[in-house]
Design a binder for this molecule. Structure first.
Ligand SMILES: [Cu+2]
Length: 153
């Protein structure tokens, strides 16, 4: 009996995992250094805009979308198209001192950011597309121009 076979049997008996979990797989795209993109939701003077309002991404790269709200009111970052085109690694919520206070895992479609708040959306785009459905879902904000476009190549 070869040593690896013996190890397999012993490992299965004593419950040692033979393989690392999928999230630690070799070649895992989410282990790249993230490309940071800062997006402002609104402004200090309460402009109802995303800055910038066009976001360009490339498939297969890890991004850290830093969503910051410097305005006096809350805003949403919502795009069904983007949510369907990316694999989310996590959303990280930071406290006022910039230190992380929570991480959210799983599919994300919409993020609400409160005044002076920041959330980081870490994801890998997995399919190309052009999405004109970025908007803030608060009543009146879309109509006033709080919309944007996401281009994935
Ligand atoms: Cu808004």
């Amino acid at each position: 009996m070869r040593r690896s076979v013996v190890y397999s049997i012993v490992a299965s008996v004593i419950g040692v995992p033979l393989h690392s979990s999928p999230s630690q797989a070799e070649g895992d795209l989410t282990k790249q250094q993230p490309i940071e993109i800062r997006i402002q939701l609104g402004s200090e003077t309460d402009a109802l805009r995303f800055f910038p309002d066009t976001i360009r991404l490339t498939t297969g790269r890890l991004y850290k979308l830093i969503l910051n709200n410097p305005s006096p009111q809350k805003h949403y970052f919502s795009s069904e198209g983007l949510s369907q085109a990316v694999f989310t690694r996590k959303v990280q919520i930071n406290g006022r001192d910039g230190q992380p206070i929570a991480e959210v895992k799983g599919s994300i479609r919409e993020i609400e950011v409160y005044p002076n708040g920041t959330a980081e959306w870490w994801f890998v785009p997995i399919k190309a597309g052009e999405f004109n459905d970025l908007y803030c879902t608060i009543r009146g904000h879309t109509e006033d121009g709080m919309v944007g476009k996401i281009v994935i190549r």
